[in-house]
Design a protein around this ligand. Structure first.
Ligand code: TYD
Ligand code: ZN
Length: 405
């Protein structure tokens, strides 16, 4: 029995995917021999209902100088971050000389909004390649893991922060309490921290088991975040559901007692109870749906092969690593995956070693069937790839159910 990283309660495993590589560890053929694997399983805490991985690979193995994820690679995501920056600035930025810190600032997509307005800002990111991309834009960036110690250094160098932002980052950090202590240390009394993270309720509702991979140490709920903030001088005062990453929650955090709890927060908390998120059985039912989803996907791909239809994957997402390895889908069923990230092209996907090709390869010629891994960007992709359907080809999707479109 594992202990909860948030409250030390007992964590009950509800899904075990077995041996799994890292979601973003795209590799060359020479690296096959030394590929790193760990056991991917998710559990839920019996006392705070925080969903978490039961075994965490070392952070240095995941976030390093060759981290292949760039926030700015999706047009809609860039627009989303601009909206986030605009709305939090309007609501929370004080008038005189504000200071904004972003934890996990990646390529500086979000902080660029503040840079363009001459607002004091600092991004903190441990992956040097993305941090350098941010610095090239003129976004002030520190290449480090954000924790209590780093927060102390930032405080003494820059003073306290009025706004602390993080998007798809806090759920990556097993040492959550050290991050929260750092925020507690760095935030002004009237300051606000805003996080946005994949939301467990969406994972349950969409059977999006592909959100479970090494980097997502936690898949948060409002209940879990409330519990995590408990020991710190911090509390949730508002929340907002977002479409990003297939369904996220934006958490608004201030000093204890500084702001009233919003009606939306209370409504969403009540909805979590109604959705069964504070009952163990909900998570067991989820496992059953995942098993069905996996079987359906393999059956569909085997059917294409039998019918002589060519197939390819669309977007080599980190999420796809869980799906492909859990279902045992390799190049025999899916000969290649096209992806826009130059760092992934010419390499192979983790574990099952499917070649990754540039997006041009998708068009020349179109496959008969394309398995959509970036389902969270479906709208943007469907709009961009209209000609694919016109060629008579079809999409294969697995969220929320396996079906061809
Ligand atoms: P994302 O959903 O952010 O994936 P994850 O967090 O699971 O890695 O998708 C990013 C990946 O999808 C990235 O490898 C780029 C690729 N992608 C495409 O290849 N084409 C597209 O049109 C989009 C939007 C993404
Ligand atoms: Zn707990």
């Amino acid at each position: 029995m594992k202990h909860c990283l948030i409250c030390s309660g007992c964590v009950e495993t509800f899904i075990d995917f077995g041996r799994m590589p890292l979601g973003n560890a795209f590799l060359t053929a020479e690296e096959f021999e030394t590929e790193y694997f760990f056991n991917l399983a998710a559990g839920v805490c019996e006392s705070c209902f925080a969903v978490q991985l039961t075994d965490q690979p070392k952070p240095e193995k995941m976030f390093h100088s060759r981290y292949p994820f760039f926030t700015g690679s999706s047009g809609r995501m860039s627009a989303h971050f601009e909206e986030m920056a605009r709305s939090v600035s309007a609501r929370f930025l004080p008038g005189s000389d504000p200071f904004v810190v972003e934890i996990g600032s990646n390529d500086g997509t979000l902080l660029d909004f503040f840079r363009a307005r001459n607002i004091r800002h600092l991004g903190v990111d441990p992956s040097s390649n993305v941090a350098e991309a941010a610095a090239r834009k003129g976004v002030q960036t520190l290449c480090a893991f954000f924790d209590e110690r780093e927060a102390g250094k930032i405080l003494s160098e820059h003073g306290s922060a009025d706004l602390i932002l993080a998007a798809n980052v806090i759920c990556h950090i097993a040492a959550l309490h050290s991050v929260l202590s750092g925020i507690d240390l760095l935030l002004t009394d009237a300051g606000v921290a805003v996080f946005e993270e994949p939301y467990m309720r969406d994972v349950l509702e969409k059977t999006a088991y592909d959100q479970i991979y090494d980097e997502h140490v936690f898949l948060f709920s409002l209940h879990a975040v409330q519990k995590a903030l408990g020991p710190h001088n911090l509390e949730l005062f508002d929340a907002q559901r977002e479409w990003t990453h297939g369904g996220s929650m934006r958490y608004f955090i201030g000093r204890k007692g500084a702001r009233p709890e919003s009606e939306e927060l209370l409504r969403l908390l009540a909805e979590e109870k109604l959705a069964g998120m504070t009952r163990m059985k909900t998570y067991e039912d989820f496992r059953g749906r995942c098993e069905k989803s996996r079987e359906g996907l393999v059956r569909a791909l085997e059917g294409f092969k039998k019918d002589g239809l060519s197939a390819a994957g669309y977007a080599a997402t980190s999420k796809s690593t869980t799906v492909l390895n859990y279902a045992g889908i390799g190049p025999d069923l899916l000969p290649y995956i096209c992806d826009t990230t130059p760092e992934k092209q010419g390499k192979f996907t983790p574990g099952v070693h499917i070649p990754v090709r540039p997006p041009e390869a998708f068009r020349s010629p179109y496959p008969d069937r394309a398995l959509l891994f970036a389902w969270n960007h479906a709208e943007e992709i469907m709009a961009k790839e209209k000609d694919f359907l016109l060629s008579g080809a079809k999409w294969l999707v697995y969220i929320p159910h396996v079906k061809t479109l």
